[in-house]
Write a protein that binds this ligand. Structure first.
Ligand code: 4AD
Length: 581
């Protein structure tokens, strides 16, 4: 029976329901009384669908100019028909929604039942099968089976990267940090277990099965797949709202706040983990290259009582009642061992209380620092060009690290030698000669003595677009220990290495040799010389022309892996406002 008819056929009651389009309300403050009328007939009908029909009365305004008050009349047939029609539509919509809800509920119950049933399925390994050999996923020496021969039966541990449940099989892409492997679970008990129904990205499991070639015309990593005959879930991962794909996403920038809070999960991803593997490769390339160059590795302290690069970025703390700092640089300590070890280097953490949030500043960074004895400034520059080139060569010569570079920075090209050299004074001219000129931080043309701030430096490296050795910075804007250029005492024998996309990745210099000169430099920089007695002593006990540099590993990586910020180049970045996870 049509709803309209049903409504019309309701038994009548004596009740009256008032409707006033002008002042009535459809919300809770209306009750259909004359004092609190409903606003629409439609709404009034909705209130009494399953009850005996009251008499509906709508307000009729008095004729213009009439002194009479308003009157109440039964609604016109057309008005009633229209309202009933709307009720009809409303009821149909409601019925549809109810139907959908019922279906959802049935589906939910079916799933619950399935899950319940699935708990009864217990997988056991077939003892008649050959024992499974444990392999890592990068092991390519395993025999693959095909139609005619059996492949090796293996056991692989890993986590789910992707899972696709299809009619005939469930496909799992497994990852173990070494590689990825397609695993095929044929439809049957293997795909119906409780665990299988809840398979989710990051679920950890061990799978046993035969290694086979991928059927022709299908694709999988290394053209192979595991035909699973047994598996065991070792650690499930959430598949619901808490699923990893809801917490971190490929589309999000890895430096946004949510991604940084979930850095521990972001690191599960292909790109973030490739950066970490590349970082290891770069660090090892430094170790190997320094060994080839006959440098000794030392490990200076991180807890110190001397500053190296200015007091404003010192992390101070209380050291058994004495003031101490987290080291800004191992340089001063490296300088104390060249006398007995020859050329030395360290790869240690340095700390800077940087009060700005830039793409290239961290509070804690990995500092590759080297110090060389009995050299001239030119030797330092040549060494820097040599080591940067050798590191790049080494990274690209290793197929695995080359693959990471290709994945992260497909356009990377080894810089051509010789690297460009530019004196600070010429850089100032260069900045001013640009059209329009690149201004300093105050918005004025650059003048000799200005710091070349990050933005200007970046513009310069991006325009020149090749490595630049920027040399001979003024004494006033550089650290206290830097040697003055004997040919121009206004400037130091100093160098910053600038790379496109990042800017400065290396800071280095020749070191002051004379005792008196150094004492004078402490004074000029407002540094008390007492805590530096051991550093000053170097100028007393056989001083020498020597120099060195520090390279920020994260900046080097940001350059070679084309990362937007150094924050992507460390496991858990530390910068102003972030000391977690
Ligand atoms: O130019 P800097 O401050 O030089 C020194 O610390 C010297 N004492 C090093 C030495 O001669 N042994 O720092 C050297 C490099 C910079 O070029 C940069 O790559 C990196 O260290 N660096 C930072 N990286 C990330 N975050 C920071 N806050 C950094 N500060 C310096």
């Amino acid at each position: 029976m049509a709803d309209t008819q049903k409504l019309a056929e309701r038994p009548k009651s004596d009740a009256k329901v008032y409707i006033d389009a002008a002042v009535g309300k459809d919300d809770e403050s209306a009750d259909g009384s004359e004092a609190k009328p409903f606003q629409s007939l439609y709404h009034a009908l909705l209130q009494h669908l399953d009850k005996p029909a009251p008499t509906y009365l709508t307000r009729v305004a008095p004729k213009e100019g009439s002194a009479d008050g308003p009157t109440w009349e039964e609604p016109a047939k057309t008005a009633m028909k229209k309202a009933v029609g709307r009720v009809d539509i409303y009821k149909k919509k409601q019925a549809k929604e109810q139907q959908a809800a019922n279906k959802d509920e049935e589906e939910r119950q079916r799933r619950v039942q399935n899950l319940e049933d699935s708990k009864k399925i217990v997988l056991t390994e077939d003892p008649s099968l050959p024992p499974a050999v444990r392999i890592k996923l990068n092991n390519k020496s395993i025999e693959l089976g095909d139609q005619t021969k059996k492949g090796t039966r293996v056991k692989v541990y890993g986590r789910i990267l992707n899972v696709r449940a299809q009619k005939n099989a469930t496909f799992i892409d497994l990852k173990d940090g070494y590689g990825t492997l397609q695993c095929v679970l044929p439809a049957g008990n293997l795909t119906k277990t409780y665990d299988a129904l809840l398979f989710a990205q990051e679920t950890a499991l061990v799978l046993h099965g035969e290694m086979k070639q991928v059927p022709p015309a299908q694709k999988a990593p290394d053209n192979r797949e595991l035909h699973v005959d047994y598996y065991k879930v070792l650690g499930a991962a959430p598949s619901d709202l808490d699923a990893i794909s809801n917490k971190v996403s490929r589309q999000s920038d890895p430096w946004n706040v949510e991604m940084l809070d979930n850095r521990h999960l972001v690191l599960r991803g292909e790109n973030a983990s490739a950066v970490m593997k590349l970082r290891e490769a770069v660090e090892l390339a430094f170790v190997d290259t320094y060994r080839d160059m006959d440098f000794h590795k030392v490990s200076p302290p991180a807890m110190v009582q001397t500053q190296v690069e200015g007091g404003s970025t010192l992390f101070k703390y209380d050291y058994y009642g004495e003031e101490a700092y987290l080291t800004q640089s191992s340089q001063l300590y490296l300088e104390t061992v060249i006398q007995s070890l020859g050329n030395v280097y360290a790869i240690e953490k340095s700390f800077r209380a940087e009060k700005s949030l830039t793409r290239r500043h961290l509070s804690e960074f990995t500092h590759v620092e080297a110090e060389m004895d009995f050299i001239e400034f030119e030797d330092l520059l040549e060494h820097l060009e040599e080591i940067i080139s050798r590191i790049v060569d080494r990274v690209l010569a290793d197929p695995r690290s080359a693959e990471y570079v290709k994945l992260l920075n497909p356009g990377f090209q080894k810089p051509t030698r010789p690297f460009m050299r530019m004196k600070y004074a010429d850089a100032i001219d260069w900045l001013n000669q640009q059209e329009p000129p690149i201004l300093n931080e105050e918005g004025n043309p650059h003048a000799f003595g200005d710091d070349i701030a990050e933005a200007a430096e970046r513009r310069m490296t991006d325009i020149i677009n090749r490595p630049i050795f920027l040399t001979h910075f003024p004494v006033e804007i550089k650290a206290f220990y830097m040697k003055k250029d004997p040919n121009d005492l206004r400037v130091t024998e100093s160098v910053d290495v600038l790379m496109p996309g990042v800017g400065e990745i290396v800071g280095g210099s020749m070191r002051m040799e004379g005792y008196e000169e150094l004492i004078e430099a402490y004074k000029k920089n407002g540094i008390g010389h007492e805590p530096y007695y051991w550093y000053t002593d170097l100028r007393k006990f056989g001083t020498s022309p020597h120099g060195g540099y520090g390279l920020g590993l994260e900046r080097f990586l940001a350059w070679i892996a084309n990362r937007h910020t150094v924050r992507e180049a460390c496991l858990y970045p530390r910068f102003m406002g972030r000391c977690k996870p």
